[in-house]
Design a protein around this ligand. Structure first.
Ligand code: HEM
Length: 148
């Protein structure tokens, strides 16, 4: 499948990361720059805020622009840890490659048979309840290809 699909999926995961916030607990005293984190400290990693930070992503951080990822994730992030839809480190999502492949296959199967558009009943209201999801669902209208 074309690289454009990966770019689109990455941009969707940037704006709407399924997991909005991660936490880690510090097992032993750690010094981060001038900061001392004593053992037992809970650290939150605000993925959603990092993904939408204008200092990191530019003034258009809230806009849907898949072309940011035209040259891959490391170019888009300037090799910084600013794109974390699957987490990072030793607990990184074990299913990330599978999930990307699955999404591309599902897309290919749909696009082979249909074109689709958002239903006028759709109200854009993403919210985070365990995972980030559309609060009122995502109603689509599917048109069978070649039927009109
Ligand atoms: C778009 C789809 C998915 C997203 C956005 C996602 C995201 C995440 C995130 C953020 C974490 C936490 C990583 C961390 O703490 O650094 C995680 C962990 C995990 N994910 Fe996924 N995931 C997805 C799909 C999947 C799939 C398809 C599987 C299995 C087939 C899977 C299996 C796991 C497992 C087992 C962990 C725990 C890893 C550990 O604690 O060592 N995920 N995922």
């Amino acid at each position: 499948m074309s690289p454009q699909v990966s770019m689109i999926l990455h941009e969707v995961l940037r704006l709407y990361p399924a997991v909005a916030m991660l936490s880690r607990s510090v097992p032993e005293d750690v010094t981060l720059g001038e900061l001392l984190l004593p053992a037992g400290t809970e650290v939150s990693i605000p993925i959603l805020q990092i993904h939408r930070d204008k200092e990191l992503w530019g003034e258009d951080a809230h806009e849907f622009k898949p072309e940011r990822f035209a040259e891959g994730v490391s170019k888009a992030t300037k090799s910084q840890l600013t794109f974390l839809p699957f987490g990072w480190g030793h607990k990184i999502c074990i299913g990330q490659n599978f999930a990307m492949m699955e999404a591309k296959m599902a897309m290919a199967m749909i696009l082979k048979r249909f074109w689709f558009e958002l239903s006028p009943t759709y109200a854009h209201s993403p919210y985070s309840f365990v995972t980030v999801r559309p609060q009122h669902g995502a109603q689509m209208i599917l048109h069978r290809l070649g039927s009109d």
